[in-house]
Design a binder for this molecule. Sequence first.
Ligand SMILES: [Mg+2]
Length: 440
Amino acid sequence: MSIVCVTPVIQGSVFVPCFTALQTHDVRFPTSRTLDGSDAMNPDPDYSAAYLRLLTDAEDGLEGHGFVFTIGRGNDVQVAALRALEGHLAGRDVEATLADLGGMWRELVHDSQLRWLGPEKGIMHMAIGAVVTALWDLRAKREGKPLWQLLASLSPEEIVDLVDFRYLTDALTRDEALEILRAAKPGRAEREARLLAEGYPAYTTTPGWLGYDDDKLARLCREAVADGFTQIKLKVGADLDDDLRRLGIARDACGPDIRIAVDANQRWDVADAIEWMAALRPFGIAWIEEPTSPDDVLGHAAIARAVAPIPVATGEHTANRVLFKQFLQAGALSVLQLDATRVAGVNENIAILLLAAKFGVRVCPHAGGVGLCEAVQHLAMFDYVAVSGSADDRMIEFVDHLHEHFVTPVEVRGGRYFPPGAPGAGTEMRRESIVEYTYG
Ligand SMILES: [Mg+2]
């Protein structure tokens, strides 16, 4: 599907490149066949991408790529939401648009008719995220830099111009954000050098899918440790006896020094979460992730108080920066798991990183899925270099599947992500994979 612009735009005698097409693809991988990605709420996901290519008539031939991760049915609805944004891009001046991505974000998010479908949540908001990410991908390619490095090269003033502080100022003002960014500025070069040399810490969820049998769980735990990971994560919440048995197997296979986080994928009510975690506590739990509804700020706060000192983690289904603000204000999370395709793209995730820095909460991004590792590493690395200035106790999730479908797959060695050097946002899927896995 695509829109086509348009006659070439000439201003005076100068050719002005414009966006000519927004092409969408419904890409689905049949992961339910092997139960990769299975958890207590999502027993048979087919990892999918509502995928977008932004084309221009510029001579460089560069394209911007972005996507929304879904788990199968409904991917076509998400694709339709992408197409609803076509009118904002057709015929637009490429350079002027890319030079003001803060302004572009506001235009998209505050489209008053589309906003009715959220506001600022759900498929329309995620569609905007894919468009925004595709715009950043194109800008990074044009500037010849990986996105993390491009963002980390911007001045504090340029970075805050990307953020819409509407609804945030009771917790974070523009001036406070500037202070955070200015404080981090002197150390940027040193941290960038360290990042390039040492990488960024990762943890792995590969062993922990609920649909794997005990032998596969034990084998994948041993492999994770051998591969250099210091934390793994197990899916829990379907059956307590199974969880106790599987945690025992994992603890035996990993040994006492490896951290084990657990993830209930929203399975419990508040009281269930508290009771269940009391039973799992003896295994030494690194964090409990998504214990209940992702919208239930006060419920998370109650769980956090009851299960302390086990940290509560959430964020992969947190709809926007406003909810993140409330989670932070309420002390409802202590591990913030932002996601590259849940909110409205790079700009909103910068706002979320600034909120986390203001509250002194660590960020451990959600990844896995389709291309989420490739995309979200740029945000964590930008955060380390230019925002929080810290990688202490922080990790990016890693799941070892579907990377081969991306033009620049992640490089994870010794339990660490090594920074991508290729220009772009890491969001470009191989053309052959798009063709092979286009649904229907
Ligand atoms: Mg999770």
